[in-house]
Write a protein that binds this ligand. Structure first.
Ligand code: ADP
Ligand code: MG
Length: 600
């Protein structure tokens, strides 16, 4: 056995594996270097998703020829002045980016300090360092990375399409742009400009909100609440969207620690907790929060790409975020309105037992597969048919006739629909209130699961195919899943770069809001990532589909339709809860009602 020390190039390639995972990580390192150099303008140019070219140009402090030679050595940094890893005020400090990038690409650094007469350029190719040579360049630095990973073909194979890599790069630059509104950024992908934000001036808070609006959308800037709090030396600042401004995933939730964009589960958990009373569980608010922490109280050195952080006191930070968000939401007057008195709530309880275990339906009652004649698809399509006669508003409290013997059914006979959302039915010994939307969602889910294992979900062609405009990334994401979606009854294809054409939809959804459905599915796919098949995520997908199907809240139902829905629920497994764990119905026993009125 021979033990030998690894040559420097190999060591750098190994390090590159950690620091530079893909073009977006290279861009992140280079732009962070420009920020550390005090740049006020940063330009990013790409070709082929960054695979053949990444060039970052800044107007920062620049480097002399000597500086440059040192900068490309491993663990060489100008930023860690002492040896204290807990006293970090710059984006970089590990001195790894430049040598790592030089090891796996053809890199040219051209730089000139403001007071120097001319610029110098140094090339590094697959780790081999060339001689610095004079060059023409204005003050500042330009780092050009050509043929990233040419020296490590294995890594090259793992890269995604140009479009996917470009969108990751844009994500990285946008986050850095949110962190530093005082800096101008631009990204050009070779074909066109993908991002341009000018330095915001004036009041810092205004400029921050301006920048957030430029990146997250005008809608956010106009519907955001100011967040401000401080506890035990931790300062929280930022903006949070009002609850009605919500998304199907948490990708519009951003956290910055000392101006460094981080992805931290702590944020998502805290946001969920704070909005719990204001938002359905499958919807996500938009927030951008900025924490200022003594660098000694946070460890950013847990990950080579510095994407994760560890707080000395995570509990304080979590509490601070939840408290500040809740406070702002309450101030904004979005209190959850409780319409039912506490006493009534105590009596109204979700039904715990399965329907089959309860009396009233004959001893041997079992969940049975839905017979096609009573299939959900029919029922759902029927719900969608126009009503015979328009119902006057006063008819909301109409008492429906009771079909013969129907009260023996576990969910009873539908007697009324209130607020176009709840079905009130009468049972042997009480009343049942059904959330028609939640119930429908569960029925769609169960029916899809069943048809998938049997014949495939039946589809219904749209008379006029619908064009849904999406972003480029969303279009790519959703068309990549077209085959799987077709199995679930949704047939669509790409329509240019940034739109899809919807041709067929699942029949059991009835008339459908194709636009809303496709948008939400695109959001959802982004949240799943590529790791999951849609079947594995069937619950979420069905929930999303059912959400845009016909029997949503607000749809007026007649007695026949209501009873059909109740019977369908009785015949469907797990129909007591919707896919998000909320009950689909609650039962109020006569005895409970009597207790409410003090009769017992
Ligand atoms: P780190 O950022 O952790 O210090 P890097 O390998 O990214 O390590 O950079 C090494 C050094 O090169 C930096 O410490 C800095 O002195 C110098 N440098 C890198 N990029 C720039 C730039 N755009 N402008 C000026 N100096 C730079
Ligand atoms: Mg760096």
């Amino acid at each position: 056995m021979t033990i030998r020390r690894l040559p420097e190039t190999v060591i750098n390639r190994i390090a590159a594996g950690e620091v530079v995972e893909r073009p977006a990580s290279a861009v992140k390192e280079l732009v962070e270097n420009s920020l550390d150099a005090g740049a006020s303008h940063i330009e990013v140019a790409l070709r082929d998703g960054g695979k053949s070219l990444i060039a970052v140009t800044d107007d920062g402090s620049g480097m002399t020829a000597d500086d440059m030679s040192v900068a490309i050595e491993r663990h060489a940094t100008s930023k860690l002045t002492g040896d204290d890893l807990f006293d970090i005020h710059t984006m970089g400090f590990r001195g790894e980016a430049l040598p790592s990038l030089g090891a796996v690409s053809r890199m040219t650094i051209t730089s000139r300090p403001p007071d120097a007469e001319s610029a110098w350029a140094t090339q590094v190719e697959g780790g081999r360092v060339g001689e610095p040579a004079p060059a023409a360049h204005p003050p500042g630095t330009r780092v050009e990375i050509r043929d990233l990973f040419y020296a490590t073909p294995a890594r090259l194979k793992f890269l995604k399409s140009d479009r996917a890599e470009t969108s990751q790069i844009l994500d990285v630059v946008k986050r850095l742009a949110m962190a530093r509104p005082d800096v101008a950024y631009s990204v050009h992908d070779g074909a066109r400009e993908r991002l341009r934000v000018s330095p915001a001036n004036g009041d810092f808070l205004d400029s921050r909100l301006d920048r957030l609006g430029a990146i997250m959308g005008r809608e956010f800037a106009e519907n955001a609440l100011r967040i401000e709090a401080e506890r035990d030396g931790v300062r929280l600042d930022g903006y949070a969207g009002v609850p009605t401004l919500n998304r199907a995933n948490a990708m519009q939730q951003f956290l910055f620690v000392n101006d460094r964009p981080v992805r931290d589960k702590l944020l998502f958990g805290a946001v969920r907790a704070a909005y719990m009373d204001f938002l359905a569980r499958n919807r996500h608010p938009m927030v951008a929060l900025f924490l200022e922490v003594d660098p000694r109280l946070v460890d950013i050195n847990v990950h080579p790409a510095k994407a994760e952080v560890r707080f000395r006191d995570a509990g304080t930070v979590r509490g601070l975020i939840i408290g500040a968000l809740k406070h702002a939401l309450a101030e904004a007057g979005h209190r959850a309105s409780t319409t039912v008195s506490a006493a009534a709530l105590g009596a109204v309880r979700p039904v715990q037992q399965p329907l089959s275990a309860r009396g009233g339906y004959g001893g041997g009652y079992q969940y049975r597969p839905v017979t096609p004649s009573r299939g959900l698809s029919e029922a759902a399509v029927a719900f969608q048919a126009p009503l015979d006669a328009p119902i006057a508003p006063s008819a909301m409290s109409d008492v429906a006739p009771v079909p013969q013997g129907v009260e023996e059914f576990p969910l009873g006979a539908a007697r009324a629909q209130v607020h176009e959302t709840y079905i009130v039915s009468q049972t042997d010994d009480g009343i049942v209130i059904v959330d028609q939307h939640a119930a429908h969602e569960r029925l769609v889910y169960e029916s899809m699961k069943r048809s998938l294992s049997e014949t495939g979900v039946s589809r219904q062609a749209l008379l006029i195919p619908e064009v849904v405009e999406l972003g480029e990334a969303e279009t790519a994401r959703i068309t990549a899943r077209a085959e799987e979606l077709a199995e679930l009854g949704l047939v669509l294809e790409a329509f240019g770069e940034d739109a899809v054409l919807v041709r067929e939809v699942p029949a059991l959804l009835g008339q459908i809001d194709a636009k809303g459905l496709v948008r939400d599915l695109a959001d959802e796919l982004a949240a799943f990532g590529d790791a999951y098949s849609l079947k594995e995520k069937l619950e979420e997908v069905c929930g999303t589909m059912a959400c845009h199907g016909s029997v949503r809240a607000g749809r007026r139902l007649n007695a026949e339709e209501m009873n059909a829905l109740l019977r369908e629920m009785e015949a469907t497994p797990h129909s007591g809860q919707c896919n998000h764990g909320r009950p689909t119905y609650v039962e109020l026993k006569l005895a409970d009602i009597e207790r409410l009125f003090g009769r017992r």
